[in-house]
Write a protein that binds this ligand. Sequence first.
Ligand code: FPP
Length: 237
Amino acid sequence: MNRVPVHVSLIMDGNGRWAKERGKERVYGHFEGVESVRACVEAAAETGVKYLSIYAFSEENWNRPQDEVAALMGLMVKAMAAEMEKLDKAGVRFRVIGNRERLDPDLNRTIDSCEEMTAHNDTLTLIVLLSYSGKWDILQAAKKMAMEVADDPERREEILSMDVNGFDRYLATAGIPDPDLIVRTSGECRLSNYLLWQGAYSELLFVDTLWPDFRKEEFRSALDYYAKRDRRYGKVK
Ligand code: FPP
């Protein structure tokens, strides 16, 4: 049995608290959080993880103060532009998943060019969940199905006989295996509207470490935790 998870997903939480503990603005925590992303990407590639997804911005995060939203978006454009060549050289495929309609055109352009540049890579796929929420994803999948039937009533029977795997291809994550392990930092024990459908059988790990302190060692510890889990998928072993 392969004890290295194929897909690890990270809910990066605690940047604001990390900054506050140091008497700094919240955005300082986000800056430092980018360093943790870099460390985890390296650790994932070194350990043979094939998919690493990170929750960078939820649909609910749009309700944060305007200046923090702007700072986060700016940070992402900068980080993507600065890191992409290195990621490409390391064989990392870069993808963004989420409600792209809400993103700034500048950011969308940067995302498109990064995705295009790295599309041929297959050492590791880094997936940034941006303007994403689990309920949004399930709803957009249902809408796509409804539109298919509206356009072609013959699809109705196919959809009625579809199983859960058939639904996967309507999700924004189509083609990406479900996460084996979801890690959330900063001591919060909830999924916060993350990969609700895809995380049905994920192992969950909640750690107290604040995201800016979650580096290679912490990533490797999470993999150790995963290696000890006994996954039964509702069956008896
Ligand atoms: C949660 O901490 C963190 C975020 C909402 C933003 C995370 C984004 C990054 C680190 C940038 C990622 C960069 C790229 C290139 C994808 P919080 O602000 O909720 O912290 P708090 O709970 O302590 O307030």
